[in-house]
Design a protein around this ligand. Structure first.
Ligand code: UDP
Length: 330
């Protein structure tokens, strides 16, 4: 399949591009490089430096490339910033996606894979989280992703658009060959911050809350390897052959892992101490979030190769050790 990957220079998008190539597909990347990295995409892959706010430019790319499928990873994903600057999130996550879908439909492209998030569930009533639980986001970031899910639900019956939307839990790790990895500016994610603190390249890690109703008092999350996420996306392609098909999947391993367990894994893998101190809870952090991903397993035949935190951290460590400054472009 020829696949246009919007946000293909970002963390998850770039790993997906690599997996697409490995699976024999033809990826083409569209990215505005605001958060993405040119070096995260192999030079041989066609690259369109385009902003999804620019309708004419999207039209030009779709007319020139005529992809079979569009995968959409291009979004802003800082929860805190979405609270203080919601317009930025509605512009970039909702309006820009509307531009992309509008142009796709006008160019006869009707297969879509969308990056959604477990943040659409807000603070769920039950754990683990199944796709059937009510979605009540507690911040604008989660709301913008839910808005797009709803847009897709409206478009499928009206236009024949077929789509798979994946609700990610905590994407983590790096390519197994160490070639690409996680490099956010600013960085807010636990694993890169813990590794950076161990390397002496970042400040002491703050553990946000140790009084949660969890076994060790720190938050439980479901860390899922970025290559496993990517493989699930590709496994959904056959489902998109049916016009108007709508699919929603949670992607997580289902293994709850605490902040302290992540720190222990980083110490074990690196042989270094992670300087860390307890700090107050971070606003908006639910105590526990982990997936029931049975649906993706049964319908897509998806089995995450990485089931536990330590091998995930090993891949992240390899990348950060090789590239302590990340891509070095910010
Ligand atoms: N966390 C932490 N210190 C940090 C960053 C994150 O204790 O400097 C915790 C955070 O409270 C959450 C977990 O680590 O429980 C994962 O946070 P991250 O920001 O990586 O992902 P999120 O779960 O917010 O999507």
């Amino acid at each position: 399949m020829k696949v246009l990957v919007a946000g293909g220079a970002g963390y998850i998008g770039s790993h997906c591009v690599k997996q697409l190539l490995a699976a024999g597909h033809e990826p083409v990347v569209l990215d505005n490089l605001v958060y993405g990295h040119r070096a995260a995409v192999a030079p041989a892959i066609r690259f369109h430096e385009v902003n999804l706010g620019d309708k004419a430019a999207i039209d030009r790319v779709l007319a020139a490339e005529r992809p079979d499928v569009v995968m959409h990873f291009a979004a802003f994903a800082y929860v805190g910033e979405s609270v203080t600057d919601p317009l930025k999130y509605y512009h970039n996550n909702v309006a820009a996606t509307l531009n992309l879908l509008d142009s796709m439909l006008r160019h006869g492209v009707r297969k879509f894979v969308f990056s959604s998030t477990c943040a659409t569930y807000g603070i769920p009533d039950r754990m683990p989280i199944t796709e059937a639980l009510l979605q009540r986001p507690i911040n604008p970031y989660g709301q913008t992703k839910l808005d797009v899910e709803n847009m897709l639900k409206s478009l499928a019956p009206a236009t024949g658009l077929s789509f798979a939307a994946f609700r990610y839990f905590n994407a983590a790790g790096a390519a197994e060959d160490g070639s690409i990895g996680e490099d956010h500016t600013p960085e807010s994610h636990l694993i890169p911050l813990a590794i950076g603190a161990a390397q002496g390249l970042r400040p002491e890690l703050q553990i946000f809350g140790n009084d949660y109703p969890t076994p060790d008092g720190t938050c439980l999350r479901d860390y899922v390897h970025v290559d496993d996420l990517s493989r699930a996306h590709i496994a959904a392609f056959p489902l998109l052959e049916t016009a108007g098909a709508q699919h929603f999947y949670n992607l997580g391993t289902g293994t709850p892992t605490s902040v302290l367990e992540v720190i222990q894994a980083v110490e074990k893998v690196s042989g270094l101490k992670v300087p860390a101190k307890f700090a107050p809870r971070r606003a908006g952090d639910p105590p526990a979030l982990y997936a029931d991903a049975t649906k993706a397993r049964t319908e897509l035949g998806w089995t995450p190769r990485f089931q536990t935190i330590q091998p995930i951290v090993e891949t992240a460590w390899r990348w950060h050790q090789a590239k302590p400054k990340g891509y070095g472009d910010r």
